[in-house]
Design a protein around this ligand. Sequence first.
Ligand SMILES: [Zn+2]
Length: 359
Amino acid sequence: MQWDKKKIDSFKASLSITLVAKALGLSVENGRCHCFYPMRHAHGDRTPSLSISEAKGLFRCWVCPDVRGDVIDLVQLVRDCSFPEALKWLVEEFRPWENSEPLQTNAMNPKQEIVFPEERPLVLEEEISPTLHDKVILSFLKKLVPVENTQAASWLVRRRIFKSIWNKMKLRYVEDYDGISKSLQEEFGLELLQKVGLFNKRGHLRYYKHRLIFPYLDSQGKASYFQARSILANTFPKEQNLPGRVPFPYNSKILDGSPDWVYLCEGVVDTLTLLCRNISAVGIPGVSSFKTEWVPLFKGKNVIISFDKDEAGRNGALVVQELLSVAGIHNVIGGNLNLPEMFKMKEGYDVNDFFGGRK
Ligand SMILES: [Zn+2]
């Protein structure tokens, strides 16, 4: 079905803005929650300034003039994403049985029409050549420092992800935020940086809070994609994916066709947790981000799907299992293994929790 204005309006009306806020990780109480830009507030918004009107389906911060809008604006602001990305996220979270296909920007078929209310512009990634895109990303990554001796180091150790893997996976940290921001703008100009997705629509480098950078290395050890992670408590969302296509799963260079077991994890942190223990693992950015085109990469492997032990993890695992099984790739869902009690994950745990990582 076409996502026209009418359908979007009725979709918005069918959602509870309070439940959406909660799904985004905001803690709403009596129609109030903390603003997601606490640094703009005196005392870090100790007294919640953001009002949520369930009746009207709207929210607003009483301090920040630009923090207001409807349920889709809320998702866009908190996840720092575009309108179609926000809509797609909402459909996947709240109406998974609806087809969100028409919302996917398809690089192979730029003519595929997406209908937006209020004529919001969409920056299409195919406007930039892949070579230029990769050049910008590479330049950004080169401006970063290794995580050793940065605030990210103690965060990683707390998660029980140790030094042995930091250099191997080229983990990086945004140390000099202002310097990097300025030098990128001088080198490429704001418009290009926004198109690539390094800068947000307000013209700021996106990685002020999300300073720990996990590059997705290709077989040559180069990266044209990465995930950014906040190491501060209470950041929503805690991860930021570079907009656009995820080229391959994290650490996919181990998918070399040789017969072997491989763990498929939800997120980079879980993948690193296993790699650190010399367990073969690859990761996908989120539980619903596995792509059909990646299935052939897993040829020859025995895959243990190790998503979070929660409802979303279980549902995501079933989807991936189906895709792999159809292609004849042997796989098993981690939770279905017949394991002794001590190797079983508790409800609500992820791989990192299992290995004693502290939040
Ligand atoms: Zn505010």
